[in-house]
Design a protein around this ligand. Sequence first.
Ligand code: PLP
Length: 384
Amino acid sequence: MAIAPLKKMSVPITKPALTEEEAHAPYDSIKSGWVTQGPKVAEFEKAVAAYVGAKHGVATTSCTTGLHLALATIGIGPGDEVIVPSFTFIASANAILYTGATVVFCEVDPRTFNADPADIERRITKKTKALMPVDQIGLGCDIDAINDIAKRHGIDVVEDAAPTIGGTYKGRRVGSNAHQTVFSFHPRKVITTGEGGMITTDDDALADKARRLRAHAMSVSDLDRHKADRPILEEYHELGFNYRMTDIQASIGLVQIRRLDELLRIRVAKADRYTRELADLKKVRTPYTPPYATHTYQSYCLDFDRSVDRDDLMARLLRRGVATRRGVMASHLEKVYRDRVGKVSLPITEEKARSTMLIPLFATMTDDEQSYVIESLREELGAA
Ligand SMILES: Cc1ncc(COP(=O)(O)O)c(C=O)c1O
């Protein structure tokens, strides 16, 4: 018996918001021949730092390398413990592992999906050197509470804000509230440079050190050597990395950061429409935004009750042409961490990793595409 074709439209999970302007942006860098890290990266760092309200921006090749660099810059290494939610993309924990430090997973709040400050505090030991809260899916974590815990215990904070550029916390932009904050410019994020990341901080010495370490800890930058009127023999005093963003990427980023507010406005309007039109569905909880924050909606995350088989729903929606993704993973359940950290009890994380799902949201999504997603969801959940 033939199965009736259901696919009337194809809606991807996301599309980067790139225009002709971004396509032409790297032209000057390419024509000049200076395509690696140079003046455009410096300009992009200033633009992002000014946007978020931080003193410095330090561009990197990704948020993952930015997180590693942020931890390396404050001297995290073997024997140290860093607390991070398990309910996050695996990159957060991986960055800790790169330093040789021990990953200590904490629990999240079931409504915000962000680190639960009380649970963080319970997991602090004499070896804890840093906290890595995550601003999950585009919602800032309760950073004042987390900074307060860190201050009382004399430890550092590196905020993983991969999806949250443009989000606010108590009226302040994410990126200006922790000792170091790290953003991602991967194409799934609100703005993109292809791949890319940035640390923002108010700490002059830290920014200097991060800039040095991202370029093999070279004592003189490439650009300064290039501009010098005499040969300069650089020195290497410590172990560094190659985490340099290119001027080609930064040229695109400069256009994207100018468009960020408009892109956020569009995303929030689309997210509000989902929230309105899915509000009556009994088996689904739409995203919660606490009064202290504004959401960037890097993704729109639904949370289902136990009567819904999420994986089956994803398959049925895909048959209709609607792409979805699981919400967020439970990092501690992945083999790489099972082998390293052993058994940990994180019931909320495990529950939410099973019950959450992302649906398409991107700035260029048409009203018809969004109507199709809503209609497909309602029909599949038996609520037409
Ligand atoms: C919370 C979180 N941290 C880190 C990353 C890694 O970002 P990147 O791909 O720029 O390394 C992501 C990417 O999705 C993320 O969502």
